[in-house]
Each structure stands twice: as C-alpha cells, then as structure tokens.
Write a new protein. Structure first.
Length: 279
C-alpha cells in the first residue's frame, strides 16, 4: 500500500485579508483559509480515507496492515469494505514552520474530527511574533493525536550549510524538540524541502527518526524514512482541486508533481553550476 503525505503551513483565520501571514517567515501562497481547511478535513472523514499518524506510517508493517493506527487509538478511519477505497493511498497530515495558527486554527478542527497530525517546528523561531511559544508547542505535543518534530533551528536551507554548521543546527533542533515535547523520538522536515544525502545522514546522526521533504510522490512501505515525499496544499487549491490532489491518477495531481519535479531539477542544476563556478 502507498501513502500520500500532505504538507500544510499556516491556517488563515476567518476575516483575514488575502495576503495575510502570521509571521515574516510565512509565504501567503501556503496560507489555507480556516474554512477551506475545515472543508478539506471533513471531506477526508466523510469519504472514509485511511488517515495515519506519521509515526504509524513508519512503523514496520503498519502501511500494509488491515487496521490503521486510527483504529487502535479510537479514531474513525472510514469504511474500506469497498475495493475501490482500498486502492486509495493512505493519508498523513503534516504542518511546517510552527505558526501559532497550528494551535489556534488547525487544532480545533483536527481534534473535532479525530485526525492525527505532526507539526514541524523551526525551533529558533519559537516565541517569535506569530510563532508557537514553548507552552503552545508543549500543549500540541501533549495531545494524543499530535506530535511535534524539527524543522531546523534557523529555517535556513540545510543543504546550503557547511557540514559542521548543519550538524550543529540539527543537533540543537532535535534537543529542543525533545525538551519541549517530552517525546523520546522525533521526525523532522527540511526547510524549503532542500535536502541531500548528506543532510539525511546528519539528521539520522542527530537522532531524528525520519526526514520529510518537499519532493512530490507517494511513500511506499519499506521506503527510505529519510526521504519522505510530500505534496503541499496551497491557498489556490479549491476543494475540487484538493479532492483531485488525493488521487495520484488525476491530471491535477500529476500536473502538481510534474511542476514541482521540474522546479527541483532546475534548482539542482543551478546549485551544481554555482558550486562548479565557486570551485
């Protein structure tokens, strides 16, 4: 079986203007309105999608198991008696950056519907205006449905850092996440989705259990947990677009993957040319 990992950022409160952002770190293109987010999550429940916590996705045998993590935690995962439902990928919900809207906007909706989520926090920005405070992050981590993870410390691109600096950044991020959350383990996501084999190795050495990227695609059982593909949900996505994104066979999903793969390939070429020029 396969899984589609969804990537959210800020949830925009009702009544906010179109380009509203909670903090300077935020990009308005990634701001999904509270109303649209509620509709999206309600759709997942109404249509009986199998929704997993990230930790359960990575547990051996969990993805191919007949019963989801939701069943073991009392969370409804929908009726999958229809063979067509079984063909759909399982879903995982994640958030990047660590905005206060994780708690004020997303948490009430997710809690009401019993949907698990992982919140990746840029630890160096904790307590900054519009970002989660330590108390807020700890409250998220204390809820059985939710986990917090790392998103670097400074939010700089890890793949652009010298090795020693990247190692320090990851170690500090991991330590802060464990300190705030009390969790024994934590996953992380790469700021800007910028990662590499070196970054993955350093994340593993720092103690992280997994690394989520911004590379589009589906996660398959026994795949590399330090190269988890994700698909972003954007402000421009209507509910109809969102529904199509959930289907890997749809034109909307394939177009989104092609566009992101092309952008990432272009960045890789430019990075290689820049390195060669610098050398």
């Amino acid at each position: 079986m396969e899984a589609l990992v969804l990537m959210y950022h800020q949830i925009v409160p009702d009544g906010a203007h179109e380009n509203w952002v909670p903090a300077p770190l935020a990009d308005p293109r990634y701001g999904v309105t509270r109303l649209e987010f509620a509709r999206q999550m309600a759709h997942l429940r109404q249509e009986g999608y199998r929704i997993l916590a990230l930790d359960d996705l990575l547990a051996p045998g969990r993805l191919s198991s007949d019963s989801s993590s939701a069943a073991s935690s009392g969370v409804y995962s929908g009726d999958t008696s229809d063979a067509t439902l079984d063909e759909r990928p399982a879903l995982v919900v994640t958030f990047d950056d660590g905005y206060e809207t994780d708690l004020t906007q997303a948490l009430p909706i997710l809690s009401h519907l019993g949907i698990p989520a992982t919140f990746f926090v840029a630890t160096g920005h904790i307590g900054s205006p519009g970002m989660l405070t330590e108390t807020m992050a700890a409250e998220l981590a204390a809820r059985p449905l939710f986990r917090i993870g790392g998103h670097g410390e400074s939010h700089r691109f890890l793949s652009d850092m010298p090795e020693a600096e990247c190692r320090r950044e990851l170690a500090r991020s991991f330590s802060r996440v464990r300190e705030i959350s009390g969790q024994k383990s934590a996953a992380m996501s790469a700021p800007g989705g910028r990662t590499s084999h070196r970054v993955a190795d350093l994340a593993r050495q720092a103690g992280f259990s997994a690394l989520a990227t911004s590379r589009p695609g589906l996660y398959r059982e026994r795949a590399d947990p330090f190269s988890i593909p994700r698909l972003p949900v954007l402000r421009s996505h209507s509910l109809r677009d969102f529904v199509a994104l959930l289907d890997p066979r749809s034109l909307v999903h394939r177009k989104e993957r092609w566009m992101r793969q092309a952008k990432q390939a272009a960045r890789s070429v430019l990075s290689t040319l820049s390195s060669a020029k610098g050398g």
